[in-house]
Design a protein around this ligand. Structure first.
Ligand SMILES: NC(=O)C1=CN([C@@H]2O[C@H](COP(=O)(O)OP(=O)(O)OC[C@H]3O[C@@H](n4cnc5c(N)ncnc54)[C@H](O)[C@@H]3O)[C@@H](O)[C@H]2O)C=CC1
Ligand SMILES: O=C(O)CCC(=O)C(=O)O
Length: 525
């Protein structure tokens, strides 16, 4: 059983989902400090946290720790570099609490526009200060959103009913995408110069710390409002302090350098202060808890690492190619037949990928074996292959082939002492999606390796696809996507299909017999 430590008030659904899986022993305790729990549970495998600070000391106190999951978006509270150095993956659950934060932004805007907090206090105190609480309306205003990710986009969507104009700044936002999402993509300086409200929604990291500074704040319209429900560190509070009164700015705040009761440093300049309540809704707590548990199970059972934020993909390498190398090797393994004895791995890394061969080999070896994982390095991969008696050969690539950035993985396994079977798979990334472009001699496939795929090779003749579809349908399985090329000789055909749900081996075997397949396999990505 893998021990999972949850030292926080996280919805019980995380614990329940992990318990129901049967592979985990869950300890949930929010009554003690994380440091104390870490030393009491030094055999922890996975740690699930909210805003708790996960320091190097805490990571070191759990030598068997393999994964930390931040049930939320921002992971600036976790020492991700130290985690990496210890082979610990860190994941977040992007988007799980985004709606809660978007609604908090709207709540802050309306509360401030109509003096809700001050008017409530004054009326409760027996006063009748109607004249002092003249409000303003949000409708028709220009709203600037800095960081147009999950939360930024939902702020725009939720506010659309107020007929506002949305200006967005995000270094990764195209004009077209912004338009599709009801916003206009502009420069950061324009957001500050043109908006009545500026809402901050980017992460805090080395690039964004202190980015909202005097030169930007000085551009703001008199009487405009800054909302910070992201992280304290992105806004230079002294710069705001210096300019706020003169420009009559409003400042609505949810985030602080320290998440604890104390005299907060912005008390003098914040017009509304909340104690980091952005994600504190029943729904967001449930979503983030559920996602933490399902992501952990996916990570353990299927090696899904898409949410890992601290695998330092080398500078200049698109992470999608790292996933592609893994998916191609996983496909080779599925076709070669699971755990058959590997003898030889050959690779070709085309285009810009040639210089990332060492990194990509690690992904390939991890996909081809159960006991080598992707957190290890190139030397460890070579050492592992040597110990397993597997040869490795990286081919010089021929640029004249014009494959662009592509990867080929060939795996040779032994069928018996005298016979070997070689599987060769090539793939690329197109429009951000992984594509398998060739399997053995079957070319121009452009098949996305995701979900569950079934693959049959058979002597080409009419009616076979109908037969496969019929038997799958009888088993309640639908075909989502399909490729059906001949090999160059025109003798053999490949049927490669993405199907709904899981195909059990019996169905694949039954079809293989019906169509007298030369090969049949089922691969889960
Ligand atoms: N108050 C609260 O309780 C909560 C606060 N947060 C904070 O909000 C942040 C954003 O969360 P999500 O929208 O879910 O994350 P996200 O990852 O979906 O979006 C962040 C966006 O910021 C953009 N970005 C990165 N660098 C930027 C820069 N220099 N300038 C402008 N944009 C930049 C990214 O391209 C991305 O589109 C989190 O990192 C977290 O710190 C998140 C959830 C709850
Ligand atoms: O879990 C929480 O209460 C805080 C959420 C948050 O700040 C985040 O997800 O980045």
């Amino acid at each position: 059983m893998k021990k999972v430590l949850i030292p926080t008030k996280l919805d019980a659904v995380a614990r329940e989902t992990l318990n129901a899986n049967g592979s985990y022993e869950v300890v949930q305790d929010d009554s003690q400090e994380l440091a104390t729990l870490a030393s009491q549970h030094s055999d922890t495998y996975a740690l699930i946290v909210r805003s708790e600070k996960v320091t190097a000391e805490i990571i070191d106190a759990m030598p068997t720790l393999k994964v930390i999951i931040r049930a939320g978006a921002g992971y600036n509270t976790i020492d991700i570099k130290h985690a990496r150095s210890k082979g610990v993956d860190v994941m977040n659950t992007p988007g799980a609490n985004a709606n809660a934060v978007a609604e908090e932004v709207v709540a802050l805007m309306l509360a401030d526009a109509r003096h809700v907090v001050a008017a409530d206090a004054s009326t409760r105190a027996g006063k009748w200060e109607k004249k002092n609480f003249m409000g303003k309306e949000v409708t028709g205003k220009t709203i600037g959103i800095v960081g147009f990710g999950a939360i930024g986009q939902l702020v725009a969507k939720r506010l659309s009913g107020f007929d506002v104009k949305i200006l967005a700044y995000d270094p990764f936002l195209s004009d077209e995408r912004a338009r599709d999402l009801g916003a206009e993509s502009v420069e950061l300086t324009d957001i500050f110069a043109k908006c009545d409200y500026v809402s901050l929604h980017m992460p805090e990291n080395d690039d964004t710390r202190g980015i909202i500074n005097k030169s930007l704040i000085a551009r703001m319209k008199n009487g405009a409002t800054i909302i910070n429900c992201a992280r304290a560190g992105i806004l230079n509070e002294n710069d705001l302090r210096e300019l706020k009164a003169d420009k009559g700015l409003r400042f609505l705040n949810d985030v602080y350098p320290k998440d604890e009761a104390a005299d907060q440093t912005v008390t003098d300049i914040a017009d509304i202060m909340l104690p980091h309540l952005g994600a504190s809704t029943v729904e967001a707590n449930f979503n983030a808890a559920k996602r933490s548990a399902t992501q952990l199970i996916g990570y353990d059972e299927k090696g899904i690492a898409s949410y890992v934020v601290n695998r330092d993909v080398p500078m200049g390498l698109d992470r999608a190619y790292s996933e592609l190398a893994y998916a191609l090797a996983h496909t080779c393994r599925g076709i070669a037949g699971g755990n058959k004895q590997m003898k030889l791995i050959e690779t070709s890394f085309y285009g810009d990928l040639a210089r990332f061969g060492d990194w990509l080999l690690v992904q390939i070896v991890a996909a081809l074996s159960d006991d080598f994982d992707r957190t290890q390095g190139y030397d460890a991969a070579l050492e592992y292959l040597k110990e397993m008696g597997v040869e490795y050969f990286n081919r010089e690539t021929d640029t004249s082939k014009g494959y662009g950035n592509a990867i080929t993985v060939d795996v040779t396994t032994s069928v018996d002492a005298a016979h070997f079977k070689r599987v060769s798979v090539r793939g690329t990334v197109a429009e951000g999606n992984m594509m398998i472009s060739r399997i053995n001699d079957f070319d121009k496939l452009y098949f996305e390796p995701s979900g569950t795929a079934v693959l049959f090779i058979y002597k080409d003749r009419p009616g076979v696809i109908g037969q496969i579809g019929h038997t799958l349908a009888e088993a309640g399985i639908n075909i989502d996507d399909m490729r059906n090329p001949h090999d160059p000789s025109g003798v053999d055909s490949l049927a490669l299909m993405r199907i709904t749900g899981k195909a059990d081996c019996d169905v694949v075997e039954k079809i293989a017999q019906q169509i007298e397949a030369l090969h049949a396999s089922c691969i889960s990505y």
